[in-house]
Design a protein around this ligand. Structure first.
Ligand code: DGL
Length: 281
């Protein structure tokens, strides 16, 4: 296939659920003429407590599904899956172009005045090699305070952005780090940008909140340019949503969270492979 033919192929975006929509939102702003295919693995959300092995298997099968859809690049819009599987996927699919999430410790370390930074991420992300290496490379002389915000991903999946449970989880995570004096808070889970207003309400002017999505969108544009894969069309591209959960739910959340109106197709996991739900019957 020629480069020109591939330029029109979609950009795939993958997360355990609705979190990757925060990255899709930034991608749509940065690359409006591209075609997009979003997959949320809502049959398996949350990913945050799953084993490395499980996360790699899931990400590998999702990659196979994307490759069968002829996508030109895969954006792993999930810190947990990126931490567990990105290196592995690049090894087993050397011809496939990937972009992944990396906890934004570097910008936080650059901007902190108190030399104290907060990181909100899932247990899997915080235990992974990627996070350890980012901290080692960029956070010398900076004290890091972490929280896994237990239950927050599930609340956001339910659309409960400002209910009592959500606010309690945020207070439990943020109050102790604010007391310690953090002035910069890294959102290292793609679900969390959807509660930035609630986080900012708690944090006030004591700390700034870092959402890495715009940087990931710029990185995706750079990589596409580097591979001469940018779509030359100047009309808004297509957007397709896929979920292993409930299509109507994802559709509703995409519209509510990022104003995207698009039909969601349902997929089923079948012997470790993603297949169209209708084709089961
Ligand atoms: N949105 C994901 C992340 O960035 C995964 C959250 C989860 O499923 O636990 O880590």
């Amino acid at each position: 296939m020629t480069k020109q033919e591939r330029q029109n192929d979609p950009i795939a975006v993958y997360d355990s659920g609705v979190g990757g929509l925060s990255v899709l939102r930034a991608l749509l702003e940065q690359l409006p003429y591209e075609n997009f295919l979003y997959f949320g693995d809502q049959a398996n959300v949350p990913y945050g407590d799953r084993s490395l092995h499980e996360l790699r298997d899931l990400a590998e099968s999702v990659t196979q599904f994307f490759i069968a859809q002829k996508v030109k690049i895969i954006v792993i819009a999930c810190n947990t899956a990126s931490a567990a599987a990105l290196k592995y996927l690049r090894e087993i699919y050397p011809d496939q172009v990937f972009v992944g999430m990396e906890p934004a410790v570097k910008p936080a370390a650059e901007q902190t005045h108190t030399h104290k930074v907060g990181v909100l991420a899932t247990p899997s992300t915080l235990h992974g090699e990627l996070y350890a290496s980012v901290v080692e490379r960029f956070a010398a002389g900076v004290e890091i305070f972490q929280s896994t915000c237990p239950g927050l991903v599930a609340q956001i999946e339910k659309g409960n952005l400002d209910g009592e449970e959500t606010l309690q989880i945020l207070h439990d995570a943020l109050d102790p780090m604010l007391t310690e004096g953090v002035d910069s808070i890294v959102l290292a889970c793609t679900h969390f940008p959807f509660v930035i207003p609630q986080i900012e309400e708690i944090v006030g002017d004591r700390a700034t909140v870092i959402d890495p999505a715009p940087a990931i969108a710029r990185q995706t544009a750079r990589v596409l340019k580097q591979y001469e894969l940018l779509n030359p069309q100047t009309l808004a591209g297509s957007r397709a949503l896929y979920t292993s959960g409930n299509g109507a739910d994802l559709q509703g959340m995409a519209e509510r969270l990022i104003g995207l109106k698009s039909t969601a197709h349902e997929l089923d996991w079948h012997n470790g492979q993603l297949i169209s739900r209708n084709s089961v019957w």
